[in-house]
Design a protein around this ligand. Structure first.
Ligand code: NAP
Ligand code: ZN
Length: 351
């Protein structure tokens, strides 16, 4: 066991502050990683402020962070994929049972015995797992990803959650050449969704509440941008979408988007607002439309997504910040004021 520098929240209302946490010494299958960059996901904010108290109550102190890239510093004797000095990445999961049907199908995200990267029982040290707002982390090799060598590291970190969470449902629902795809909410997840849908050949329409993001949306790969508070503009797309990804972090009217789907079209919710959304039955009934959810993605698909990003030169658009600005970044996230992901330069932990 050793001490690592970290930033933690001690309650739902306290800011994140500097602290020290315990990390295990690598066991034979573990990889120890010096963390270089960690993205700030809106889920970090929901969790730190205990906004998901019904489903995943927060245990304090809470060290968030599940968009991790870094350099391997040590490996256990049975580790095969990594050696010291390699780049490596870790997303939202650090363990699962490896034996259930979901794990055997490579869908670890659905394992009933999943361990998330933070705020989940830590089988090794007791207490809960601590995430990537930290100088280092120790993770079983199975949950460590390889990083394509051509990508910027600050922009790669967000791929580990925002990337896979948008890539996976698009692959599942068959987003491809010629499909009409909507993306609701141009934040960290939404801007990755635009990049992927564009790279997969779809006609991409962004729905945003922020007029200031219009030009960016087009630059990121959108074919059309709709200001979602203008209901006349939204209505022009009624009955026309094959697939819509809803990546909004707060309460909003999802029915406005359900009725934009064509027959048998699907809207997938990846956003996880604090309060339940109201769904009007008739919007789904007429048109046999479907509403789904999707959590992150499995390890094999996460590696596929990273390799796809390497091949297409895709990274997140990031604003790099020192860890000391993390609380300010949370406040800005609530105002939809980030273009389009904060990425923490972990070297700042030492200053
Ligand atoms: P983010 O960067 O804060 O982006 C959220 C976007 O939602 C904002 O940029 C804004 O886009 C839009 N928005 C915010 N408040 C709104 C409101 N009141 N009405 C309408 N639109 C609003 O957040 P993120 O990191 O992308 O995460 C988005 C959501 O996905 C969060 O709830 C997060 O917890 C969840 N999430 C889920 C998974 C999963 O596995 N399913 C993984 C990661 C995150 P515009 O400015 O364009 O309107
Ligand atoms: Zn996340």
């Amino acid at each position: 066991m050793y001490n690592a520098e970290a930033y933690a929240a001690s309650s739902a209302t306290s800011p994140l502050t500097s602290t020290k946490i315990k990390r295990r010494d690598p066991t034979e299958r573990d990889v120890q990683i010096e963390i270089l960059f960690c993205g700030i996901c809106h889920s970090d904010l929901h969790q730190v402020r205990n906004e998901w108290s019904d489903v995943m109550p927060t245990i304090y102190p809470c060290v968030p962070g599940h968009e991790i890239v870094g350099r391997v510093t040590k490996v256990g004797s049975a580790v095969q994929k990594f050696k010291p000095g390699d780049l490596a990445a870790v997303g939202c999961m650090v363990d699962s049972d490896r034996t259930c049907p979901e794990c055997r199908a490579g869908l670890e995200q659905f394992c009933p015995n999943l361990t998330l990267t933070y705020n989940f029982p830590d089988k090794h040290l007791g207490g809960v797992t601590y995430g990537g707002y930290s100088g280092s982390i120790v993770v079983d090799e199975h949950f460590v990803l390889r990083v394509p060598s051509n990508l910027s590291l600050a922009g790669t970190a967000p791929l580990l959650c925002a990337g896979i969470t948008t890539y996976s449902p698009m692959r599942h629902w068959g987003v491809t050449n010629g499909k009409k795809v909507g993306v609701v909410g141009l934040g960290g997840l939404g801007h990755m969704a635009v990049k992927f849908a564009h790279a997969l050949g779809a006609h991409v329409v962004v729905f945003t509440t922020s007029a200031s993001k219009k030009d960016d949306a087009l630059r990121l790969g959108a074919d059309e941008v709709v200001l979602s508070r203008n209901s006349g503009e939204v209505q022009k797309h009624a009955g026309s979408f094959d697939f819509i990804l809803d990546a909004v972090s707060a309460d909003h009217d999802i029915n406005a988007y359900i009725q934009l789907l064509r027959r048998d079209g699907n809207i997938t919710l990846v956003g996880a607002p604090e309060k339940p959304l109201a769904v009007a039955a008739f919007a789904l009934l007429f048109g046999r439309r479907s509403l789904s959810g999707s959590p992150i993605g499995g390890i094999a698909e996460t590696q596929e997504m990273l390799d796809f990003c390497g091949a297409h030169n895709i990274t997140a658009d990031v604003e790099v910040i020192p860890i000391q600005k993390v609380n300010e970044a949370y406040d800005r996230l609530l105002k939809a004021d980030v273009k389009y992901r904060f990425s923490i330069d972990m070297a700042s932990l030492k200053s």
